[in-house]
Ligand binder design. Structure first.
Ligand code: PLP
Length: 450
């Protein structure tokens, strides 16, 4: 494009487009992305960037998978839309495939986004308890630092103060507990000398709230956007046991951890727990079309079979389970199976860990955390005191990566002084050489920021 055409697009962007999450000043100079190829994106000026965040942790198959586009196109020509008040073949096929990936017996409810998948989970859980003879169970427990979505219920479940400012009051009935944040243990314990107080706190809080009022716990297998906070190996199992003891359901938010990102089909499979509900989005279509799902253990569905005229779930969304999105999702999962991309993601994650190891001794790096094919690099300015690196230092590392052609992320708005974790979650189609270069760039950028 000629210079004046590029400028015209930017002027129109500045005039008409409201950018997600961006402060005004930052939103004035967006990357305007026009194309993609594998793990790379190209902007309006022709600059190429290696997208080490897969967009928003979602473009797992990269930016140029023609087979996905074709799956959607074929379905759009065959039958573009029909609501899931009835049914269609792509939704049936995808529900079956999701059950294979989950390795259990689940009913699938389709929506369009991760937030909606969580909202649906909350409604299902409350109605389930009401129809299962326990109508007083209505509260949800989640963790500080977790993100569960933007809508009034999903944001209420979220444990990040800045995200909520000016939007409160949100949905009532959401209670938070501290995260399993070993680097900054909220219970003051050392990593190898604790009794999983971060898990036991669920029991304490259930008792304090009154067990008969607690409906469910919602958690990601690893807190992702909140700073790649990886729990101790036994944590999730312990929480599951506590839930079982008190008749509390367990909702696992697999919006990011699902579909191979964790090195297994779903994140919770790393911890040997069986959730009651699983919510998923993002990688379900590798982000090529909007789609999300709430998978519900089949026994729970029994409570919705009653003859009473209102015993069914009275929830519909026009676009949820869109036929083209479902067909594209089936193709996504088939390609992942054929190309063994879950195993590949695990290998890539192990390799990334080896490559970034030299950072561990760097004075700016307080902690390095890995889960499957994602990494969190926690920056501090005083390693002894673990003082979080301020925004300008974090910003300098991100800018230094971008200047070299690599887009990395950081944790989302928890509180102003705690957005100090760099995040990496590259597409699974990245090559070994590209990953090596990416790690080199990140290491250089950290060294330069000091
Ligand atoms: N849950 C988690 C763990 C997420 O990371 C996100 C989005 O980043 C959501 C839910 C909400 O998904 P969406 O943005 O599709 O509504």
């Amino acid at each position: 494009l000629r210079e004046e055409e590029r400028k015209a697009w930017l002027d129109k962007d500045r005039r008409y487009v409201w950018h997600h999450m961006q402060p005004y000043a930052a939103s004035r100079n967006p990357l305007i992305i026009t194309g993609g190829d594998g793990a790379w994106v190209t902007d309006l000026e022709g600059n190429r960037y290696l997208d080490a965040m897969s967009g928003l942790w979602c473009v797992n198959l990269g930016y140029s998978e023609k087979e996905l586009a074709e799956a959607a196109y074929d379905q759009l020509r065959q039958m573009p839309y029909y609501p899931l008040t009835q049914s269609h073949l792509p939704a049936i096929a995808l529900s079956e495939k999701l059950n294979e990936w989950l390795g259990g017996d689940y009913r699938i409810f389709f929506s369009n986004s991760g937030s909606e998948a969580n909202e649906v989970a909350f409604k299902i859980v409350r109605q389930y308890h009401a129809q299962n003879g326990e109508p007083t169970r209505w509260k949800f427990i989640s963790r500080y630092r977790a993100y569960h979505g933007n809508s009034m219920g999903a944001l209420a479940a979220t444990g990040q103060a800045i995200r909520k400012q000016h939007y409160e009051p949100l949905a009532p009935g959401f209670v938070h507990v501290p995260p399993p944040y070993c680097y900054r243990c909220p219970f003051g314990k050392a990593r190898d000398a604790c009794d999983l107080e971060c898990a036991s706190i669920f029991e304490q809080v259930i008792q304090w709230e009154g067990p008969e009022t607690v409906a469910a716990v919602i958690m990601e297998p690893t807190i992702t956007g909140g700073g790649v906070i990886v729990p101790p190996p036994e944590y999730m199992k312990r929480v599951r046991e506590i839930c079982d003891r008190y008749g509390v359901l367990l909702i696992v938010d697999e919006v990011i951890c699902g579909f191979g990102r964790s090195g297994k089909p779903f994140g919770h499979q790393n911890f040997n727990v069986e959730p009651d509900l699983v919510t998923m989005a993002k990688g379900i279509t590798s982000a090529y079309l909007p789609l999300s799902a709430t998978a519900v253990r089949a026994e729970l569905f029994d409570a919705f079979k009653d003859d009473h005229p209102y015993a069914h779930l009275r929830h519909v969304n026009t676009f949820g389970g869109n036929a083209a999105a479902c067909a594209l999702s089936v193709r996504t999962l088939e390609l992942m199976e054929q190309r063994k991309l879950v195993d590949r993601a695990r290998e890539l994650g192990e390799k990334l860990e080896r490559l970034l190891e030299p950072l561990r001794n760097h004075p700016l790096v307080g902690d390095l955390r890995f889960f499957g094919f994602m990494a969190g690099i926690e920056l501090v300015i005083d390693k002894q005191r673990k003082t979080p690196a301020p925004a300008d230092v974090v910003g300098r590392v991100i800018a230094a990566c971008k200047n070299r052609g690599v887009l990395i992320g950081k944790n989302s708005d928890t509180v102003p002084e705690q957005n100090n974790v760099l995040t990496l979650a590259p597409p699974f189609v990245i090559s070994d050489e590209e990953l090596e270069w990416l790690a080199k760039v990140v290491i250089e950028a950290v060294r330069e920021a000091r």
